[in-house]
Design a protein around this ligand. Sequence first.
Ligand code: MN
Length: 307
Amino acid sequence: MPLLEFFLMAARQPVAFLPAPAPHWVGDGFYVVPLFSDLAFSEEVSPFLMLDYAAPYEFPPREKPPGVGAHPHRGFETVTIVYHGEIEHRDSAGNSGTIGPGDVQWMTAGSGLLHEEFHSRAQTKRGGLVSMAQLWVNLPAKDKMTSPRYQAILDADIPKVPLPGDAGMVRVIAGECLGSKGPAKTFSPMNVWDVRLNAGSKTGFEVTQGYTTAFLVLEGCIQLSDGQEVSEAEVAVFDPAGTRLLLEATRESKILFLNGQPLNEPIVGYGPFVMNTEQEIRQAFRDYQSGKMGKLTAIQGRSHESN
Ligand code: MN
């Protein structure tokens, strides 16, 4: 990988800029862009697997909640961050919840479950903007068959840490920032931060050498120390050898900042399952088909196409 080697020589530089690929519909509720592009499900972004981003999209009022019906997962976690609108989750492990702007749902699929993801009934009836990100976080091999877990993390539970020099504010969803710890329980070390940066501010983040570091620009524009700019719905992935990032917000900006220790384990992903070997994937399909991941009874009036 000559490009990577080149960047390894120079600390703090981005390894890759990932301009937004074309969006696609997940069910009929989420118009998402798969932002990790070709780096998804690769060691380069580990422990993260993929990042779907649904930019603000105006839904007309309707009767039937749009979304995606019952489908299985095994071997990883889905992290849903809502920016606009209200989303409902329900799974075969018995968990359910509705989350709104600023809230996060951290669902550990572990050994397997079925879940569904819809706009809430109230959101559906009134219509309006919906915007969210769904991050898939891989589980270490030893934890892939852990019991499913559901963490509802409300905006009020997320510490808001002011950045020095009135540069902005970090909402610590997972990990730690300037001594404040995020509420999310994780299986490997990582930071997931929702960051606001004031126009014209410059911010330095210290990151652990060797960790994966990437950010998504939700709103605004971020200039890096080499002058390159990352615009809305774009992701920058950084050289793991660097320890310091310098971000300049050319205007008021919001970013999703991701940083974590790579798992260094084989990644075999197929549809809704992410395991370490193909044999484990075949087993996941067998277990799903034989009902070992549970059942989710349909609620009347909802579409139930799987995705
Ligand atoms: Mn899902």
